[in-house]
Every structure is written in structure tokens, then in C-alpha cells.
Design a protein around this ligand. Sequence first.
Ligand code: NAD
Length: 302
Amino acid sequence: STTRIAFIGLGNMGGPMAINLARASFAVQAFDLDAAACARVAEHGARIAESALAAVEGAEVVISMLPASRHVESLYLGGAGEPGLFDALPAGTLVIDCSTIAPASAQKLAEAGKARSLAVLDAPVSGGTAGAAAGTLTFMVGGDESALARAEPILDRMGQNIFHAGGAGAGQSAKLCNNMLLGILMIGTSEALNLGRSLGLDPAVLAGIMKKSSGANWVLEKYNPVPGVMDNVPAARGYSGGFGTDLMLKDLGLALEAAIAKRAPVPLGGLAESLYAAHSAAGNGGLDFSSVITALEGRPRP
Ligand code: NAD
């Protein structure tokens, strides 16, 4: 019979991920606080529920894609007198949180789930909104092997690469390392492209050269921050959609918090955090993180 999946959080990432599951003929019951986000997913065959609690009714699998730790903890564990979903889910339910949150938060959820006989995985993703839409995400999974085996046929419809990083929280640890590097690469790539423009180079020509040289990286391949170089990237649409500056800032905060706790030196991670924080404070928190190139130009944002 068709696996019934509850999907909570239908934003830039969760929306296209839920749509891919609905297209793969899973019975998807979806919920987001934002009605417009729900409407986009409803067009592709998901049923929209009135609340998160209504969405999980009859579901064997629950997937969440929310902004940060506090949203995920309050969804599942409740708080301020409100019950969380964990109180409502029958034993055996598989819970897959795909949000990027603190490893400690993911471990707390896994322990609370275990106490209720729920199978809980942290399964943050990489690949951006284009990867979410194309079903080519990379999943970095923390938790039990047996829970991952149950999740695989579902993750397969949203992604191309599924890695078991280790026990509970290990997926989040891998994700914060990756995103710290991405945050640094976006700034470094932006500096190089800006310098090239100052030297009179066409940014598209320079990007083409660096993609085949030792400066090659994901930002150049998939996410060029200069408007007009690539289609279907946030730079081509005024830095709307994509991966918000404030979400990158959150991820760098998670990386720095972890680094401080373990006494791991991350000087460029710290500098990147400061630059995105200044960019956000200047009013750009809601724009895609590639808009940081405009702050490095020393010119007003577009
Ligand atoms: P987003 O802000 O576009 O979407 C988040 C959605 O969650 C919103 O639609 C919001 O209304 C909804 N929401 C918040 N609280 C809710 C609640 N209690 N119940 C139901 N819905 C609720 O964010 P996004 O870009 O989709 O990112 C989601 C997560 O994925 C974040 O943790 C982010 O760091 C991570 N991520 C994002 C990208 C990217 O490229 N955008 C890539 C990889 C990972």
C-alpha cells in the first residue's frame, strides 16, 4: 500500500521536496504556517492539512523542513504548555528532520523519540533549491542504520546521494562543516569575481576560466553570484528565493558554536560569519546569501 507521509515546512526547500514525493505517488499530507507555500504544493497533488497535528494523522513517516532548531524542537517536543507531535505519534513512526539545526538539538530529539519508540533521523541536505526541485539533493544522515534503511526509498525520490554520517546528530555535524566551507567559498569567489571586474575582465569569461582551473568550486559551477552569468540562480532574479543570508548566518553560528566547544580553530569561518552578519544588519537578511557579493563591491545593493 502507499506510504503515507506527513510533510511539515513547505518553504524554498520543503516545497519542491514535498512536490517530488507527491509526484512519486506517495500519499503526502502537508502543512506550513504560510498559506501561499501550501497552495504551491497543493497544485502538485499533496493534500494540505489544517495543522501539523492534522497532517500526521495516519502517517507512517513524518518529514520536517523548518528554519532552525527552535522551530523543530517546538514542533516535536512542544513547549509553553503546548504538546508536541511526539506525544501524538504512534510507536514505530519514522521521523526524518531535514532542517539544518544544532547537532545537540538533533540528539535531544533522537533521545526523546527513542523514549517513545519512534525512529528519528537527522537528514539535512545540500544542493540548494535547484537540487530540491530536480530531486538531486545530497542527504547527510545521522541515526540508526535500520531507520535509514526504512527512509532510503523516500529519500531516493528527493535526492541523488545518501550518506550515513554516523549516530544521532552526525548528519548535522557534517552539514555544518559543509556549510561553513560554502559560506567561505561564496565570499572568496565573490572577491575573485569582483577583482576580475575591476581589472576589466568579463565575469562570465573569468568564471569559465576558473571553472577549469585550480579555483574551481560549487559556487562557480552552480551558483554564480554575478547577475547575468547564469540563468536559474538567485543572482538572475534580484537575489530572491534560494538560501537566505539569515539562514547562512544561522549555519555559521552553529559551526562557530561547535568549534568553540571543541576548541577547533576556524578563523575564516569566523570572518565569514562577521561579513554575513554585517550584510544582514544592512537589511539583506531575506535575500539569497550570494547577494553578499554586493556588500563586497562597496556599492549599494541592486
Ligand atoms: P524557508 O524559510 O524558505 O522555509 C521554511 C518554511 O517553514 C516556511 O515556509 C515557514 O512558513 C515554515 N515554518 C516555520 N515554522 C513552521 C511551523 N511551526 N509549522 C509549519 N511550518 C513552519 O527556508 P528553506 O530555505 O526552505 O530552508 C529550510 C531549512 O533547510 C533550513 O534549516 C535551511 O538552513 C536548510 N537548507 C536550505 C537550503 C537552501 O538552499 N534554501 C539548502 C540546504 C538546507
